[in-house]
Design a protein around this ligand. Sequence first.
Ligand code: FES
Length: 124
Amino acid sequence: MMYSQKVMEHFRNPHNHGKIEDADGVGKVGNPVCGDVMYIYIKVKDNIIQDVKFETFGCVAAIATSSMGTDLIKGKTVEEALEITNKAVAEALEGLPPAKMHCSLLTEEGIKAAIEDYIHKQKS
Ligand code: FES
């Protein structure tokens, strides 16, 4: 299994790792096949993702894509963040081995789940 240098950098030194206690939105997603689980926490103000953190209990690719995905949505509007795809995250990491593309889906789904939770809380 060959990972790009960027993937290994983000795996060894993940950005935005941790938890936001008073998050405005929390997304929890998992892959039932491998059993990996990811939490994404967001803070939103004036429709901008002010802060984002993740906790990922998973493989190298899941951790690296969490790190890159959270970097990509930080400072973006909620709408822009919703448009981030797992492909964009993988490209920003200089690619993923084909067998590991599904791991990047966890990141896309985690971000979407956190934003949906935020939107849902706004309405209630
Ligand atoms: Fe489970 Fe990568 S093997 S997310």
